[in-house]
Design a protein around this ligand. Structure first.
Ligand SMILES: N=c1c2ncn([C@@H]3O[C@H](COP(=O)(O)OP(=O)(O)OP(=O)(O)O)[C@@H](O)[C@H]3O)c2ncn1[C@@H]1O[C@H](COP(=O)(O)O)[C@@H](O)[C@H]1O
Length: 133
């Protein structure tokens, strides 16, 4: 395996591991054994679909603002760290949303794998042509 492929497989397993933790918290919350006062993940699940999805919007906005700050700041390495932190928050909250709908990061990775090698321009043109038929 190439070193890039190795890193990618580490990324898969890191996401899968975190998703396991999230799913365990979801199930424990449903069973009444995870307390929203002590578990942030349980707190999110206690808010239901709307609360979880609203949080994704907030985290996406925070990530966008942090990215803009990278461009406008003279301390771009510090700002890049803040941007990475905001992206981590966003990814984490996306894992919560997937779990809420009984989905896994593996589902998203499989979809990205399926798309690998297909240009988005090509795919969009094919979709438009299919819609015309
Ligand atoms: N990876 C994360 C993770 N990333 C981000 N967060 C939380 O996500 C929240 C992000 O919230 P905001 O950006 O809204 O900032 P905030 O300051 O907390 O909130 P506001 O003041 O804006 O309302 C923070 O409270 C972070 O602590 C996370 N909370 C938990 N995890 C993982 O989930 C596991 C289980 O966590 P618990 O359920 O809390 O035990 C942990 O061991 C971690 O591995």
């Amino acid at each position: 395996m190439s070193s890039t492929a190795n890193k990618l497989s580490n990324l898969d397993s890191a996401l899968a591991h975190l998703a396991d933790v999230v799913d365990q918290r979801r199930d424990a919350f449903k069973a009444g054994t995870a307390d929203p006062k002590t578990s942030y993940t349980a707190l999110l699940f206690s808010k239901g679909d709307n609360g979880i999805l609203k949080k994704i919007g907030e985290e996406a906005t925070e990530a966008v603002m942090a990215a803009k700050d990278v461009r406008s700041s003279s301390l771009s390495s510090e700002q890049k760290k803040l941007f990475v932190g905001e992206m981590a928050d966003l990814w984490f909250h996306c894992l919560i949303a997937l779990s809420q709908f009984e989905l896994r990061p593996e589902d998203v990775i499989a979809e990205l794998d399926r798309r690998l090698g297909t240009s988005g321009i090509e795919e969009k043109a094919a979709r438009k042509a299919a819609n015309k038929e």
